[in-house]
Unconditional design. Structure first.
Ligand code: NAD
Ligand code: TYD
Length: 339
């Protein structure tokens, strides 16, 4: 049996990853450690204890709580740690960077200390393409590029990546970093572009597009990312970094129009609003390293993935109504009210 700690398992990617691992690898046991912030929903993992007896446990807790982490590692003796716990939304990081530093930087360092002390075989840090900064019209990010983060979110993720490098070099920790482009799919919190636009369109609300809508992201279906994370965990080389991307560079406005067309809503719902400060223009991933070394490449075409995702939101109204709490409504008003 492989005993794995997955942090942030009640969030978007964590939920998809835990479901993938439990259904694909019968020799993995998973402990999900999640603080259940506004972005974490315990309902996402409901039923897993019963569906996979003895293979899934949930623990509520903070990765930045050193006492809790030490106690958990001491009791569980994990073979592997997959760190997904994070504050993950750029706009929120612009509003208040402090919690991003606490969770994404300090929290990671506390996990690294525990991984060393309890001789974890491998730690995988789930990082992001945003650590590389912004691209102009041409080129792609490669693993050897300098880090040039532009938002408090990406700066916190880049800081964690640098700490990992230091723990590998200084203490000989076996850690690997994955950097992936923008994910989409089921269970994504409706503050991120795709689910926000789907729900606003469904409810005939305005679709707030930042600036001229021409910023470009490289979209990947979440299932492809999850598969890559496990390949890196199993076969990646210690100390290395692996980029993942979806081969789908699209302007935000193209995606928004596609969503409206799919739900049969008018383009007049689009509202161009004040741009995000420091808004990165374009992300695009060169994933040839993981493709050559581990045989990974994205499998889900954007047209199929976006259709499945829109359908999922339309069929899971109860899920998104429940996650849109009072806190979210206040955030939405603060963020878009005067824009
Ligand atoms: P998310 O915001 O949906 O989920 C984050 C989860 O972490 C939530 O369940 C939350 O409750 C939990 N959490 C937050 N602070 C915590 C703490 N202090 N202790 C324990 N748990 C805590 O994020 P996501 O989109 O699922 O992203 C997961 C990871 O993948 C993040 O590290 C993010 O940087 C990275 N990533 C995301 C994307 C993307 O497009 N979403 C792309 C590349 C990398
Ligand atoms: P987002 O989903 O927040 O991901 P990230 O900023 O991490 O790439 O945003 C994706 C793109 O969509 C980004 O260019 C900002 C833009 N965007 C909007 O135009 N309107 C919105 O309301 C949001 C949330 C994002």
């Amino acid at each position: 049996m492989i005993k794995a700690l997955i942090t942030g398992g009640c969030g978007f990617i964590g939920t998809n990853l835990i479901r993938y691992v439990l259904s694909t690898y019968s020799d993995w046991r998973v402990v999900n450690l999640d603080l259940l912030t506004y972005a974490g929903n315990i309902e996402n993992t409901q039923g897993l204890e019963e569906a996979y007896p003895g293979r899934y446990t949930f623990v509520r807790g903070d990765i930045a709580d050193a006492g809790l982490i030490d106690d958990l590692f001491d009791r569980q003796r994990f073979d592997i740690v997959l760190n997904l716990a994070a504050e993950s939304h750029v706009d929120r990081s612009i509003e208040d960077p402090s919690v991003f530093l606490r969770t994404n930087v300090l929290g990671t360092q506390i996990l690294l200390d525990a991984a060393l002390k309890y001789k974890v075989e491998r730690l995988v840090q789930i990082s992001t393409d945003e650590v590389y900064g912004s691209l102009g019209k041409h080129g792609q990010f490669t693993e050897d590029m300098n880090l040039a983060p532009n938002s408090p979110y990406s700066a916190s993720k880049a800081s964690a990546d640098l700490l990992i490098r230091a723990y590998v070099k200084t203490y000989g920790l076996d850690a690997v970093i994955t950097r992936c482009s923008n994910n989409y799919g089921p269970y994504q919190f409706p503050e991120k572009l795709i689910p926000l636009m789907v729900l606003n369109a469904y409810e005939d609300k305005e679709l707030p597009v930042y600036g001229d809508g021409k910023n470009i992201r490289d979209w990947i279906y979440v299932g492809d990312h999850c598969r890559g994370i496990i390949m890196v965990a199993q076969s990646g080389v210690g100390g290395e970094i692996y980029n993942m991307g979806g081969d789908t560079q699209m302007e935000n406005i193209e995606i928004v129009r596609m969503i409206l067309d799919y739900i049969h809503k008018p383009h007049s719902l689009i509202k161009f609003v004040k741009d995000r400060p420091g808004h990165d223009f374009r992300y695009a991933m060169d994933y040839s390293k993981i493709e050559t070394e581990l045989g990974w490449c994205p499998a889900v075409k954007f047209e199929e993935g976006i259709e499945a995702t829109i359908k999922w939101y339309l069929e899971n109204k109860r899920w998104w109504e429940a996650v849109r709490t009072g806190e979210y409504m206040n955030y939405y008003e603060r963020m878009y009210g005067g824009r």
